[in-house]
Ligand binder design. Structure first.
Ligand SMILES: [Zn+2]
Length: 176
């Protein structure tokens, strides 16, 4: 790449820096994409006796400046997130499965089988709740204890913030 002396001596504009580490120059090829949507209207549609609310919305991906090393780290976070999700889903499955076994006397238990089933079911459901929220939990933990910012941190970037007053919201689609 050719860099002329004028450019390299100039202080880089904040947009040219990676938004995540704020150290490395951003590389267009590794830009993050933050999904945003904008509700453009909506109405009710009748399907026989069922009334369904239809929401129309536009969506875009807002490019956030990112460097190659942050992209790579976020990819690792992504893989870890998936693995942790699968582990906690299986933990939930095993515990709820065992709870079912005790409750229906498939697994013999000398004391109160329903008591045992209740405890196991609670642990299993907690496992599923963690599995369902792994991404959020890891994002919160990582941003508290490490300087590595998850991809979602891009939603605090100026590119995203400048769209907020124009009714754009961060996310893939409206909640309801
Ligand atoms: Zn970076």
């Amino acid at each position: 790449m050719m860099i002329n002396s004028q450019q390299s001596s100039a202080k880089p504009d904040e947009n040219d820096l990676c938004w995540y580490c704020k150290k490395n120059p951003a590389d267009k090829r590794f830009a993050a994409s933050i999904p945003m949507y904008n509700v453009t209207g909506g109405d009710y549609k009748n399907y026989g006796t069922v009334r369904v609310k239809k929401i129309n919305f536009q969506r875009i991906g807002v490019a956030v400046p990112r460097c190659e090393s942050c992209q790579r780290r976020q990819h690792v976070i992504d893989v870890v997130t998936r693995v942790v999700t699968v582990i906690f889903f299986l933990v939930g499955l095993i515990f709820v499965g065992a709870a079912t076994g005790y409750a229906f006397h498939i697994i013999p238990y000398p004391y109160d089988p329903l008591n045992m089933a209740g405890i196991l079911a609670i642990i299993g459901v907690i496992g599923w709740i963690i599995a369902w929220n792994t991404r959020t939990i890891l994002n919160v933990v990582l941003s508290a204890i490490s300087p590595i910012k998850p991809e979602f941190y891009g939603s605090t970037s100026p590119a995203v913030k400048k769209l907020l007053p124009q009714f754009w919201k961060v996310g893939k689609k409206p909640m309801s």
